[in-house]
Write a protein that binds this ligand. Sequence first.
Ligand code: SF4
Ligand code: SF4
Length: 118
Amino acid sequence: MAKKIGIVYCERIQDRSCIGCAKCYKAVNDKAFVFEEEDDLQMVFKTSCGDCPGLVLPKLQLQMTVLDSLGERLDAVYFGTCVKKAKAVMNCPMNLDGIKAKMEEMFKVPVVVGTHDY
Ligand code: SF4
Ligand code: SF4
């Protein structure tokens, strides 16, 4: 059975540092970098963090409602490498560790930070 994943990107960086998000699509499709141990992957959503200061929790709550209405399952959420970069070099105001823990508690799926090294 395919592992169903969603990716959260940085609203300020997406489509600027990675035009068209081609890097994450390639990593998923090639099962490279953080996806290299996976057998079968399906991306069921890709959405932004909700912009600064990081409204990702209400955004993901709405995303889960949409997935439920479609009868879609979710097995894991990934913060794109753009979010990791935003935290490292752009003074991203999100408390990534805290939000990751909260998301895992609320949505009952593992949350991984970073997707590729392209
Ligand atoms: S790291 Fe991934 S999600 Fe973020 S902008 Fe690049 S391709 Fe898109
Ligand atoms: S800097 Fe952080 S909070 Fe702001 S848009 Fe990017 S990921 Fe979201």
